[in-house]
Design a protein around this ligand. Structure first.
Ligand SMILES: [Zn+2]
Length: 68
């Protein structure tokens, strides 16, 4: 079930109140703010926008960092 874009519009970034983008990572869907360069995981369709779940965005800017 795709996440409604309306959800992220309503929520907005907790930092800058800007529009959030939805991204599917290997760990699951995330929302991220391209302005603040921060990302939060989405669990059960609900973005976990709390400081302890916050991660830098992009998570790994280094190409070919070799995950897994
Ligand atoms: Zn922001």
């Amino acid at each position: 079930m795709p996440l409604s874009p309306l959800l992220t519009e309503v929520l907005g970034c907790p930092r800058c109140k800007g529009a959030l983008k939805v991204h599917d990572s290997e760990a699951g869907p995330q929302v991220h703010c391209p302005v603040c360069q921060r990302a939060w995981p989405i669990e059960d369709g609900i973005p976990q926008m709390v400081p302890e779940r916050e991660s830098p965005w992009p998570r790994s800017s280094g190409l070919g960092s070799g995950g897994a």
